[in-house]
Design a protein around this ligand. Sequence first.
Ligand SMILES: NC(=O)c1ccc[n+]([C@@H]2O[C@H](COP(=O)([O-])OP(=O)(O)OC[C@H]3O[C@@H](n4cnc5c(N)ncnc54)[C@H](O)[C@@H]3O)[C@@H](O)[C@H]2O)c1
Length: 339
Amino acid sequence: MLRVGIVGFGFMGRMHYARWKAVEGAEVVAICDANPNIVEDTKKAVGNIEGAGGEVDFDSLDLYSDYNKMLTEAKLDAVSITLPTFLHPNFSVKALEAGLHVLCEKPMALNVDDCRRMITAAAQSGKVLMIGHCVRFWPEYAKTKEIVDSGACGKVVAATFQRLGAAPTWGADNWFSDDARSGGVALDLHIHDTDYVQYLFGMPKSVLSRQARAGGGGAVHIATQYIYDDDKVVTAEGGWAMTPAFGFEMSFNIALEKATIVYDCTRAPAFRVCPAQGEAFTPEVAAGDGYSIEISHFAALTAGRDVARVTTLAGSLDSVKIVLAEKESAEKGQAVLLG
Ligand SMILES: NC(=O)c1ccc[n+]([C@@H]2O[C@H](COP(=O)([O-])OP(=O)(O)OC[C@H]3O[C@@H](n4cnc5c(N)ncnc54)[C@H](O)[C@@H]3O)[C@@H](O)[C@H]2O)c1
């Protein structure tokens, strides 16, 4: 039995809890959160994707507010780190040093040095460290990667990705709105699509971005062109500037030589492949959502099962690098090369 602890029991902590419950051979046995009212606050539903609102059986969990105490007392094999981003490196390194496997939410960290520190700690511990880039596991995105990689529909001509919603206001102590703790809209939200662009097409040669600020605060919307050696046009935009009534949209349109693939979580059907000849159709995709598949994948890795890795630490670091280059590009008003 894989004994799992969840560190940070806000929106994503509860999401991980709900998804871990479905993993055979694993059990969430402990939770660590700095909030003394965590049991009451857990009853409030928050976040931009449904699925974090299920019942939590606190009677079956050991509750900690002190992380060190949890690491020494709870006899864990693995932790889900679902803390505000600025805490990812230190908490991940500590768990790895204590001999635990770590599933850490995206983004890996706020800067490259911290990512490297996490990679070194993972290598020294011999344990699994995986960054939760859930979009790679999202059934329609995974199917699209499969179609693009197969070459059956020809080369990609153009691809555009969107991730749009209202500003996240649920964060403990409003940490999302503080660039120093979240990395802002680019590193927190838009990185999902940056990482997927990198997953599909590899490291871009350069990026050219624009971002908008609102009310004198940090950036609330970023749009980027990812420039590759060939002439395909790849763009992604992520924004927190929508009104709450808009809800949340994650979507993409990919034009290949012999088909167009579209996904939009706000539409029905959300996912369609439109071939050059014939009717559009919705391919069959894996059951579950990106979180459940990601967590099962992590559990399989910790068990030493021979599964093809969907994420790599180098790739997660590269996604941070690309987003930092996007922010730099937006600040300078010019393209930024990626080494
Ligand atoms: N994969 C996704 O789709 C997705 C979606 C949203 C957020 N996230 C990521 O998940 C992470 C957490 O985001 P969230 O929305 O759950 O935030 P949140 O504010 O809802 O939850 C964070 C929790 O951590 C707790 N916490 C803060 N400092 C702590 C400490 N020192 N020790 C113990 N607990 C502490 C807070 O009390 C809170 O309960 C972030 O890195 C975010 O970028 C990922």
